[in-house]
Design a protein around this ligand. Structure first.
Ligand code: K2U
Ligand code: ZN
Length: 166
């Protein structure tokens, strides 16, 4: 297992559109393990492959209290959305920034699991927010893009300064 480097906004690689996973093989299994280790170490409750500079449709999530219930979504697709909810989101690629974002309240998502088997999941609340946030990453979208241009530019300037100091 290894912890991977997380890309920081405004790295242009975060705007890459991820490609579908063709075969759920040992390489994918290794990446799942490394992404999970990276997410738990951050700490976070979700991580998309885009954030570790791997541009394939793969997400890991663990929104459980005990952080012992890993959800793996390969080639995820939201097939049903209903309602709206506001949530103060953060992002491991935009450290120290928390802003309100409105997303669907309930979703149904179809994906492949770690064994490559198709499954369907109904989610609401924080899990629904996280899945939508992570699927945005696979589409090359970072949550700050939901904010006003003024707020987004202030965050971009702050992050560029922060990244220089590292
Ligand atoms: O994609 C990521 O950067 C991980 C996100 C996942 C997430 C974003 C917004 C709302 C829920 C989940 C977070 O950085 S993980 C940190 C976190 C932890 C608990 C609640 C919200 C965010
Ligand atoms: Zn994020």
């Amino acid at each position: 297992m290894a912890t991977l480097t997380i890309l920081n906004y405004p790295d242009p690689r975060l705007h890459t559109v991820a490609k579908p996973v063709q075969e759920v093989n040992d390489e994918i299994h290794q990446l799942v393990n490394d992404m999970a280790e990276t997410m738990y170490a951050a700490p976070g409750i979700g991580l998309a492959a885009t954030q570790v500079n791997r541009h394939i449709q793969l997400i890991v999530i663990d929104s459980s209290k005990e952080q012992n219930d890993l959800l793996v979504l390969i080639n995820p697709k939201i097939v049903v959305k209903s309602g709206t909810q506001d949530y103060e989101e953060g992002c491991l690629s935009v450290p120290g920034v928390y802003e309100m974002v409105t997303r669907a309240e309930k979703i149904t998502v179809e994906a492949l699991d770690k064994q490559g088997k198709k499954f369907k999941l109904n989610a609401e609340g924080l899990l629904a927010v996280c899945i939508q946030h992570e699927i945005d990453h696979l589409l090359g979208k970072v949550f700050v893009e939901y904010l006003s241009p003024l707020k987004r530019n202030r965050i971009k300037t702050k992050m560029i300064k922060q990244n220089r100091q590292k």
